[in-house]
Design a protein around this ligand. Structure first.
Ligand SMILES: [Zn+2]
Ligand SMILES: [Zn+2]
Length: 341
């Protein structure tokens, strides 16, 4: 089969490699669609700092079951499946404490830019679903990022009518926007790119704010809140430390700030201690997702709460993966799809 491998920073190669052999508890999926992700862009630009190359590349996909191990009863050859990229172990300290996103043995399945993908047992058991005929492979491929947004929004105390600002209109920010709208919030989305803000508008948000040329982004947001008091809830979805900082200053007294976007390693968040003391704001970080949120994300996708056409722009074949990644990196698209036969 053909598979993409990341050899180094900015060095993607498409290689011929054997179709993976599966164990008794594993499933082999013939790929239909892989979607590009901001994480793929980061890995392309920086490599995987903790791992030795070459690496199997990509993590979002959906396809059709091609083979099942002899102990697998939940799936059958020919099933169309939505497959998450990770699964916790279920028995470590964090799993037992109901915080499986921090599982010590969190398994990440890489290598979704390939004609076939092997799905390990913890994912088969917890984070893989047979899709209804009405669900497209493109939509199913969005289950991983969408489950992260579901986990994030569940951590936010949003009440109906709350003013919620979402900083960043990339795929995750847009998913947050949609979920906040469904919670009955007055949603404001900020970004520098108008094409992304146009998509935010389609999520049903109250207003979008293009920050191009805006000097004081905190003031610009507070100006839109009643009596200039700030937002009830602020969600950071850019992964830029400067936006983490400004996000903390956009909340009203007693407000809530969710810092979601992963920053460069070594980034330091400075917060005005006096502000934190007198404003009684809550600042929270979250990482990744949980099996419960993956299941809920799958259900929400089935309900059609987001449309794949808002998130997946252009289709490429595997040999053109680098072009698809670079176009994603440029911000000209929300995501791209790699499609397979
Ligand atoms: Zn992703
Ligand atoms: Zn665990």
């Amino acid at each position: 089969m053909q598979a993409a491998v990341l050899y180094d920073q900015r060095d993607i190669r498409i290689i011929e490699t054997p179709i993976p052999a599966i164990g008794d508890d594993e499933v082999l999926v013939k790929n239909k669609v892989s979607t590009t992700c901001g994480t793929d862009v980061k890995n392309y630009k920086r490599g995987y700092p903790l791992l030795k190359p070459p690496h199997p590349y990509g993590h979002e996909f959906s396809g059709v079951v091609a083979e099942v191990g002899k102990n697998v009863t939940k799936f059958h050859v020919g099933d169309r499946v939505a497959v998450h990229n990770s699964a916790p172990c279920g028995h470590c300290y964090w799993c037992k404490h109901g915080q499986p996103s921090m599982c010590e043995n969190l398994l990440f399945n890489r290598g979704s830019y390939a004609e076939y993908v092997k799905v390990p047992e913890p994912i088969v058991r917890q984070n893989m679903f047979v899709m209804p005929d009405s669900m497209s492979h493109k939509l199913a491929s969005l289950m991983e990022p969408f489950s992260c947004a579901v986990y994030g929004i569940q951590n936010c105390p949003i009440q109906q009518g709350d003013f919620v600002v979402i900083n960043g209109a990339g795929p995750i920010g847009l998913m947050f926007a949609r979920l906040a709208v469904l919670r009955g919030a007055q949603v404001l989305v900020t970004d520098l790119k108008q094409n992304r803000l146009d998509v935010a508008q389609r999520m049903g948000v109250w207003k979008v704010l293009n920050l191009t040329g805006v000097e004081d982004t905190v003031e610009a947001v507070r100006d839109l809140t009643d009596e200039h008091r700030g937002a009830d809830v602020v969600i950071e979805a850019t992964g830029l430390i400067d936006v983490w900082k400004t996000s903390c200053r956009m909340a009203r007294k007693g407000g809530f700030v969710l810092l979601f976007g992963g920053t460069k390693s070594g980034s330091v968040l400075e917060v005005d201690a006096t502000l934190l003391h007198y404003s009684q704001i809550t600042i929270k970080g979250v990482f990744h997702t949980t099996p419960l949120c993956v299941q809920e994300a799958f259900k929400l996708l089935e309900m059609g709460v987001i449309d794949e056409n808002d998130f997946v722009n252009n289709e490429y074949r595997l040999p053109d993966l680098e072009r698809a990644i670079l176009e994603h990196a440029s911000g000209a698209v929300i995501k791209n799809a790699i499609v397979y036969d």
